[in-house]
Design a protein around this ligand. Sequence first.
Ligand SMILES: [Zn+2]
Length: 487
Amino acid sequence: MVPVATSGSAKEFAIDFVARNERAFITLNDSIFYFGELGVQETRTAGLMTSLLEQHGFHVQKGISGFATSFLATYGKGEPVIAIHTEYDANPSNSQKSGVTERAEIVAGAPGHCEGHNTNAAVMVASALAIRYAMEKFDLPGTLKIFGASAEEQLLSRPYFVRDGLFDDVDLAFHDHILDEFGTDYGMMQSAAVSAEFTFRGEAAHAAVAPWKGRDALDAVVLMDMGLAQHREHMKPTMTAHRVITKGGEQPNVIPAIAACWWYFRDPTAEGARLLFERAQQIAQGAALMANCELSVDVRAAVWPVRLNQTIAEVIQRNVEAVGMPVWTETEQDFARALQRQAKVAEMGLRPAVTSFKGPAVQIAASNDCGDVSWKVPMGRIWFPGNVPYLPFHHWSAGAALATSIAHKGGLAGAKALSGAVIDYLQDRDLVAQTKRSFKQEIGDTVYAPLLPSGQRAPADLNRALMEKFRPEMEAHYLRLEPVFTL
Ligand SMILES: [Zn+2]
């Protein structure tokens, strides 16, 4: 383990700043919870985050890499350059009242937070302000870069940031994410993925009267499906492919002129995901040829697997242990157990202690769009204990604690430990150098090149219709409070 000071005046100041601003933290967390905005449409969320960062002296660039609701907020100058990034999008159909232990929608059918990205955002902003004031007060040289990463649930924005050079001058990066644990990880965590829509275009005709005049685009979708089903036998066991049909025609007596399917291709390695996607494109071309249709392929997202640096993990762990697990009340434990009962998982309540340092992590088949960052620069991830153990993310139960004292206390603890870890790096150039050396060793001879096509543009309209449909009703539930952070 790397020796890291767990106390020190700049760090104590930052931790105290977070504690003193508990009320503002709660207001920010709960405001974003009630915004419940879907990816690429997080206008209120990003607006609130950037206005706070601007008010407190950050230089803010909005709309980075073509994502209207992404941003880069910078404070300070010179080296080291330390980034913090996180996501703040909700999920469709996940509207859930907070503080109740049964399924109860805030707005029927509306999107909502059911994982805790609202708390991710509050932790990042609170930490950014705490670190920034510590930098000013204690004359710490360095640059703090806060990345607002929209649309994680669609694996979208961060590969664009990396491709567009926004991490070129960054020395190391932190990602904060909610969990039911207080701790960190290192090693390979999540898988590479390519998400792509295949659209086939043919010609419509009356299906009964003159089918010979039609070219059936749905046939091409079905044939591609069959082709991939045959190909599964020849895929490496680590590869996975799953799909939905997004357009399949309107009614049976009209031969569909347009049909489309949306696929995810994954592998533990970026190269594996790339190869599988390449094979799928050949199969799609074959299907188009058989059905006499034209094919277009739109890559919606392409991400590298997440790899976490061991040195940063050690620094995070020391800071997590110094802050310690929040002390949960009996009421909070009862609430957690009631939720666990509802979700039919073990009724263990909330975890009493921080998670001990272990690793390397076991790589899972899910993905996160911050993978590209983690191959560009050394990256660490802090897990903060803002949700209830074992609740499945994206299930209503995982939304029920997100504007309660569980999310608040877990998030505040996370912001303190994250601030502490960043300040360790601002105060110790050797630690930065050591982290970069360990990163080099970890990635070995792997050369990072984006999986994302070079000309790929951010999808501005994603989720727009859904958000426009529900926003008016959701607005009635917005908090009527402003988060006010003070020195
Ligand atoms: Zn998440």
